[in-house]
Design a protein around this ligand. Structure first.
Ligand SMILES: [Zn+2]
Length: 185
């Protein structure tokens, strides 16, 4: 149901999608935003999409870093983007270990449902962009437009494009944003 006052969003994976993923980033200084991300986010923002990061951060449960560090990393991403004229509307993260079988670790949908309630979202006209099969699976469960941006590492070793089952595949984040804008207007 696309009611009045509902907003649309693009959900964004963090590591390997917005920024280089060296594995368990534990220091804000490690954040390196990919080329084209600022431009892509600006396009989506201009089209009226809220920009919402949803990220699995089991490094908290594994004691590799703390909630405070994750907060500092998100503040760094935000300040980097704000200096370039765009901003993330909200960050959500799952701190749990996979063994905890929580509802919020992607492909679980709890964080998306929370975001949907907190921001009055119309999920049927929203999208997700990510480099992991779990991003695409979460998006499918929620009825989002799913856009897969495989990194070479994922493409070669882990999740072949054809097995992920996304609505769209893009070669870069910027291209993914263009495709979302085209498809959802
Ligand atoms: Zn969780």
């Amino acid at each position: 149901m696309s009611g009045r006052g509902l907003r649309r969003a693009v959900f964004l994976d963090r590591d390997g999608t917005l920024n280089v993923d060296p594995g368990y980033i534990a220091d804000p200084a490690q954040i390196e935003i990919y080329l084209g991300v600022v431009e892509g986010l600006r396009l989506l923002s201009e089209k009226g999409f809220l920009l919402i990061v949803v990220t699995n951060q089991s490094g908290i449960s594994r004691k590799f870093y703390t909630h405070e560090i994750v907060g500092a990393i998100h503040a760094r991403i935000q300040s980097f983007l704000e200096a370039r004229g765009v901003r993330i509307d909200a960050f959500y993260y799952c701190p749990h270990h996979p063994d905890e079988k929580c509802a919020c670790r992607k492909p679980g949908t709890a964080l998306f449902e929370r975001a949907s309630g907190e921001h009055s979202l119309d999920l049927a006209s929203s999208a997700i962009i990510g480099n992991g099969a779990s991003d695409i699976e979460a998006g499918r469960r929620l009825g989002l437009l799913t856009v897969y941006v495989p990194t070479p590492r994922f493409r070669l070793e882990r999740e072949p494009v054809e097995k992920v089952g996304a609505d769209l595949v893009a070669e870069s984040f910027r291209e993914a944003c263009r495709k979302v804008a085209e498809r959802l207007g």
